[in-house]
Design a protein around this ligand. Structure first.
Ligand code: KG4
Ligand code: ZN
Length: 356
């Protein structure tokens, strides 16, 4: 039997990634090049730098994924590539490369929405039927959506300012957590989780954001400002950097983590109730998928478990390697679209565009 085979290519942000996935969800080959090291040095992503790094790596990464899969390019059913949303310069590299390949191999092209790919990933690892709820929380994403079909999403809430991982990274930097030997190799959010175990979460009275807002949106910049003030105050009292007083840093980490967890859990609870009351989700055994780097936080997961238990839902999280940006999710989204017969382009003549 000939299975459908899709090559997926992802360059929306700072990872150059590719993978070959078959119809049943087997990952036949994958490769990724992360630019994190470079961007850490400059204190953030500089788009032309990201673009240059994608250019330098894309050929090799796609070749590696193809070689590992032992699939010859002529056997591919289609090429799927992220076309939005993301950094325009980064997206452009993946798109140009893919269009060349599509022309050369005479294969169908499937443009992929990055968020759709994140949301559908769970269907590669678990047998999850539509509809289900997805919570995407990372350094760059923050949204709650009802997934009704391959390309049928109802956006229920999003962050009005920054993403939770971005906020945790800023707090971690303010606390100089990278200087602590035990946290030096961890991301900001992971360092906060680690330190919070030694802290008292109740020493600072942080209010969960937007507790009166009757919607499912999020906000994290207010919390970040309050924490900044607390740190400044503390430093004034003590006369040294809070990062140097481990117990204070731990207390602050515990309070921020707790408040973040409460906020995320409450907004998610609202979304579940909204959907259940309107018959958009079943009263029992509806699935909540939590994905993204922040969803790997065990304290936040516990808070989500309380919510799913209360509402008789099932909490599922994709494995960490599929929670972050990767080529597998793009290829899988291509398979989903092939099977549903959605958005498959046989003529790419018109799409020499700059993606938004
Ligand atoms: O999904 P991800 O790897 O990349 C994107 O943002 O696209 O997420 C990274 C974010 C970072 O902000 C990091 O601090 C956060 O996820 N993070 C965590 C944890 N591990 C990673 N936040 C809280 N707790 C963790 N254990
Ligand atoms: Zn992403």
């Amino acid at each position: 039997f000939l299975h459908k085979l899709v090559l997926g290519i992802e360059t929306s942000c700072d990872d150059t990634a590719a993978a070959v996935v078959d119809e049943t969800g087997n990952v036949l080959g994958e490769a990724i090049h992360s630019q994190t090291e470079v961007h850490l040095k400059t204190g953030g992503i500089i788009p032309p730098v990201a673009q240059q790094l994608h250019r330098e790596n894309i050929q090799r990464i796609v070749q590696e994924a193809l070689s590992a899969s032992r699939v010859s390019p002529s056997e591919l059913s289609a090429i799927a590539t992220t076309t939005k949303p993301g950094l325009a310069l980064s997206l452009g590299v993946g798109l140009s490369f893919s269009l060349q390949l599509v022309d050369q191999l005479k294969k169908p092209f499937i443009p992929i929405h990055h968020m759709e790919a994140h949301a559908l990933t769970i269907r590669l690892t678990n047998n999850v039927e539509f509809p289900f709820l997805v919570l995407l929380i990372s350094g760059g994403h923050c949204l709650l959506a009802l997934v009704r079909g391959v390309s049928d999403f109802l956006l229920l809430g999003k962050s009005l300012d920054i993403a939770p991982g971005d906020m945790l990274d800023k707090v971690a930097r303010r606390l100089s957590l990278r200087k602590h030997p035990e946290c030096s190799t961890m991301s900001g959010g992971k360092a906060i989780e680690h330190l919070a175990k030694q802290g008292n979460k109740l020493l600072f009275d942080l209010k969960p954001p937007m507790h009166r807002a009757k919607n499912c949106d999020f906000s994290f910049s207010g919390l970040q400002n309050v924490v900044d003030k607390i740190i400044k105050q503390k430093e004034k009292e003590e006369g040294i950097e809070v990062g140097q007083i481990l117990s204070s840093a731990a207390d602050i980490a515990a309070a921020v983590q707790h408040t973040t967890a409460c906020h995320i859990a409450k907004r998610t609870h609202r979304a579940i109730l909204f959907c259940q009351q309107r018959g958009l989700l079943a009263q029992t055994n509806a699935v909540l998928v939590a994905s993204g780097g922040v969803a790997s936080n065990l304290y936040i997961r516990k808070a989500l478990e309380i919510v799913t238990n209360l509402t008789q839902c099932i909490l599922l999280c994709p494995p960490p390697r599929l929670c972050t940006d990767n080529g597998v999710m793009i290829a899988w989204n291509g398979i989903e679209r092939l099977r549903a017969g959605l958005g498959i382009l046989h003529d790419t003549e018109g799409i020499r565009y700059e993606p938004k």
